[in-house]
Ligand binder design. Structure first.
Ligand code: AVJ
Length: 318
């Protein structure tokens, strides 16, 4: 055999976009790497683990809200829509929504064909009669949905407060793009994490067990692995900061000493205390969220929250 044996799913070739983003991001001041690069196989596993740590309230809170209010969503939206999920879906939230909205089709959209195939297979098994149409695409760009469902009204689903990863300018752009992709008469069910006391927010992104720290540092391991980097990962500390001016949690990797390393042969030097900004997680109060939705071309029609008001789930119409 000429080709080296690799484990199934192991990434061997560096994504050129990953290389470009990392090199440009380390060059820039402040240094920053886009959050999307967290999610290699290990990063996705670590994120799963985060959703189970006690301090990280968003996942379990949103799931509980969805469980409670799903029949109302079905009453307002009506059954038989095509559910279009932006992202390949969670194993808990997606079945919850599908069970109560009884869609005519389910279209998960994801940039990673691997995740898409895995989650689609699992869903088809759980919902034998359901037409599952996995769609490999970057949902940040306008897309033409399958012709089979051209005349079916859509219910977009964008849970997890994923919109919070984007700065408001990009979030508004994405909402408009979704509206264009979903077409006439569409509705959107979207989750947004709320603004709350700083201690709760910071703890959610800096759990005592260090799972979020491992998730954050994994992007450095990934750079070392895929871009032949020499970053001394143990010399970077995880930090979660609340930026009140911009209403967002920021994750950083802070050099704990002067460090020098190379990535893809390119040299970099960082002074002790200097950081690499790795993620933003914007938080939206109820009014903020409604303005954001309207700016993106959506009319909010219902908002649901949990008893503690930690998380907001919105139904909006185009
Ligand atoms: C998946 C982007 C919604 O911002 O809360 C969790 C990612 N980062 N802990 C979030 C994340 C650190 C998460 N999102």
């Amino acid at each position: 055999m000429l080709k080296p044996e690799v484990e199934d799913g192991e990434q061997t070739l560096a994504d050129p976009q990953f290389r470009a983003d990392v090199l440009a991001g380390l060059e820039r001041r402040p240094r920053a790497i886009p959050a999307r690069w967290f999610y290699d196989r290990r990063g996705s596993e670590l994120f799963e683990d985060i959703t189970n740590v006690p301090e990280y309230y968003p996942t379990r809170t949103e799931t509980a809200i969805l469980e409670t209010i799903c029949p109302e969503v079905a009453d307002i939206a009506g059954r038989g829509r095509a559910v279009v999920e932006f992202g390949s879906g969670s194993s808990v939230k997606t079945p919850l929504l599908l069970r109560c909205t009884e869609p005519s089709a389910y279209v998960p959209i994801d940039i990673s064909g691997d995740f898409l195939r895995d989650s689609s297979r699992a869903l088809s098994e759980a919902f034998p009669g359901l037409l599952v149409l996995p769609f490999e695409a970057d949902f940040m760009r306008p897309l033409t949905l399958p012709a089979t469902i051209a005349d079916t009204p859509k219910l977009g689903f964008f849970p997890g407060s994923t919109i919070g990863n984007m700065i408001p300018l990009m979030a508004v752009d994405l909402l408009r793009t979704m509206r264009a992709s979903l077409g006439e008469g569409a509705m959107l069910l979207i989750g947004m994490d709320r603004i709350k006391d700083e201690a709760t927010l910071v703890a959610a992104y800096d759990d005592a067990g260090g799972v979020t720290a491992a998730f954050n540092r994994n992007v450095l391991d990934r750079i070392n692995r895929e871009l032949s980097g020499t970053i001394p990962v143990e010399s970077f500390a995880h930090e979660a900061r609340w930026n009140d001016d911009r209403a967002r949690i920021e994750m950083h990797l802070v050099a704990t000493r002067d460090v020098a390393f190379t990535v893809d042969g390119q040299p970099f030097a960082m002074a002790a205390g200097e950081s690499i900004h790795t993620e933003n997680s914007h938080k939206y109060g109820s009014r903020d969220a409604r303005i954001l939705l309207r700016s993106g071309g959506w009319t909010p029609i219902r908002e649901w929250t949990d008893p503690d008001g930690l998380f907001g789930l919105f139904l909006a119409e185009a």
